[in-house]
Design a binder for this molecule. Structure first.
Ligand code: UP5
Ligand code: MG
Length: 190
């Protein structure tokens, strides 16, 4: 049923660290569905309405939208897939995200894949991306990077204490990062 417990893998890392790119590849190779919190939020905004406008303003400030909204979107997406394992890209972003997930979903993730990338590299990638995301402007990019480093530490501390964090350096060619992630995935999940 929809409340079936799943094996959840969180993929976290700064903006432009390569989360979407690598989740696509893992999803393809291991046939595991992935849900991007950011994509789900952008779809909700695109659907229109005053609530969407408020969310868009938060995103343009590089801030994190209310946890209940994001967790609701992720729950909805997860309940629609029969897969036992799911990848979640770009969540949690702060301590409150994590605790709301825990109370709303009722169980924690199994693994956190942390993408480590120098800030300057991430910013260069986002400047160069030019796929028309409204938050890819210089001012918002800077705020996204700042908020990531300011707000993720308690989340990572929590998961490190549980031995759930696997760190991957992502300032390398896409194929190299993917090879390392694939090996890690095979080792963990067969
Ligand atoms: N690229 C990727 N890998 C590369 C490599 N190894 N070498 C060279 N280039 C590489 O990659 C970014 C760019 O770099 C691309 O052009 C890619 O080709 C290239 P991508 O894979 O898109 O990186 P990703 O980490 O996914 O970057 P993204 O911009 O999506 O990260 P964000 O974390 O900023 O975006 P997200 O969509 O997750 O969130 C957006 C906003 O939504 C947040 O700022 C926040 O306001 C809001 N949000 C919430 O409030 N709550 C949430 O739970 C989630 C989001
Ligand atoms: Mg992304």
């Amino acid at each position: 049923g929809s409340s079936q417990r799943k094996r959840v893998v969180f993929v976290v890392g700064g903006p432009g660290s390569g989360k979407g790119t690598q989740c696509d590849l893992i999803s393809r190779d291991f046939e595991v569905p992935f849900f991007s919190a950011g994509d789900l939020i952008r779809k909700l905004i695109a659907a229109g309405g005053p609530a969407g406008q408020q969310l868009q303003e938060i995103i343009l400030q590089g801030q994190i939208i209310p946890s209940e909204v994001t967790v609701g979107l992720l729950q909805q997406a997860m309940s629609a897939t029969p897969s036992e394992t799911v990848l979640i890209d770009g969540f949690p972003r702060n301590a409150e995200n994590r605790t709301v997930w825990q109370s709303q979903v009722g169980y924690d993730c199994e693994l956190v894949l942390l993408f480590e990338c120098p800030e300057e590299t991430m910013m260069q990638r986002l400047r160069a991306r030019g796929q028309g995301r409204p938050d890819d402007n210089e001012e918002t990019i800077r705020k996204r990077v700042q908020n990531f480093s300011a707000q993720m530490s308690p989340v990572l501390e929590h998961y490190r204490a549980l031995g759930k964090v696997a760190t991957v350096r992502t300032d390398r060619p896409i194929a190299e990062v993917h090879a390392e992630l694939s090996a890690l995935w095979r080792q963990r999940f067969g």
